[in-house]
Design a protein around this ligand. Sequence first.
Ligand code: CMC
Length: 435
Amino acid sequence: MASNDTITVTDNRTNRSVTIPIEDGTVRAMDFRKLRTDEEDFGLMLYDPAFMNTAACRSNITFIDGDRGILEYRGYPIEDLAENCTFLEVAYLILFGKLPNTAELKQWVYEITHHTMLHESMKKFMEGFRHDAHPMSMLISTVAALSSVYPDAVDVHDADNRLLQIKRLIAKMPSIAAMSYRHSLGFPYVYPDNELSYTENFMNMLWRMVEPKYAANPLLARALEVLFILHLDHEQNCGTSTARVVGSSLASPYLAVASAASALSGPLHGGANEEVIRMLDGIDSLADVPAFIDHVKAGKRKLMGFGHRVYKNYDPRASLIKKIAEQVFGVTGHNPKLDIALELERIALSDDYFISRKLYPNVDFYSGMIYQAIGFKPEMFTVLFAIPRTVGWLAQWQEMICDNEQKIARPRQIYTGGRKLKVVPIAERDKAASK
Ligand code: CMC
């Protein structure tokens, strides 16, 4: 650290100054506590609703440069990984920090493949849901229920134990997701096929009917695999921060992942992909697009799949997904929704409302159209996000557990309520209410 890498803050209430080190472009919030009006004073806090400008951890997993539209996993550009790797290869990279060699990859694939089965009690658990339960609710609840199947998972300081739970979760997510899908259709569950790849086996568990062996269309299986790679991790987003916060209490990783998936389910986060399709369904023709955009600009609704807290330039995942869409539609036939989406994008990107706010398509804008073309119903879209993101949640959870600087997450507040009130007897409260 250079000697002038500091900031001097003068507290005008007391005229006292403190000099605070600047490290990695940040200052430590705890250093501001030194600014106090007197001995009784708690000290200065930083107010940052929605964590707009707060770094909560050090991480070497994912790098994002939001202004330049750059995304890297462990230093590798997302474009390179999407083009040249399999999903489990990139999962290995995210978890272990290096790309595997042939022997390591073979062993890793073997281990994930051999953890795909679910305890039969989970099948009964799933049967308890109504036929029209949302697949995301079923996924979240079943992942949470796995904490009862693996109670030993709470031994989070044991590295071998952690790795076992990580393998189990990555392996079982597609099985749970497929089960939720089959449950909603009233179809019998399909058991995993160990001879298939991660995505092919997922497709097998979703769609195999009476044929003895499921054969996935290779282009569609690869498209799904690339989509999974693009969704693997995205540093400290809402879901991942939730995994870290819940995990920081040393709760079971199954509960940390279920909590992260709950955060993901919201329409401002992973749930946006489902909302994009519903939005496109509501626009009948290209001629209706300008009126829709006017609606958005008037603040009557949001252009779902647009905007991002970090990307203030094109989301690199959206560029890659747009290319996959063209390949998939080459197999499945043209999706007229794509024309509406392209027109929305064309008008939005030339309109000052969107330009001035730096609103570009995000990962969710085109992904739903591909999922739909592959054969998924919209309710499954966020589940498809949760499967690969489980790897990121677990890598970040593990990083947090092993970080000596981390403790139980516990923000502060600015209290705005009353103080030292006296309980009025209920009869008197009733009298006051009836006046
Ligand atoms: N449509 C119309 N206006 C928007 C949109 C949008 N999609 N997104 C942001 N704005 C406006 C917003 O109204 C605000 O305008 P003003 O300054 O006049 O008040 C300005 O742009 C800044 O937006 P913000 O809400 O302060 O930005 P944020 O960083 O808090 O929110 C976001 C980011 C992703 C929640 C938001 O852009 C959004 O709601 N987008 C639509 C939902 C969506 O696509 N979510 C998926 C995000 S990417 C994948 C993931 O995270 O899972």
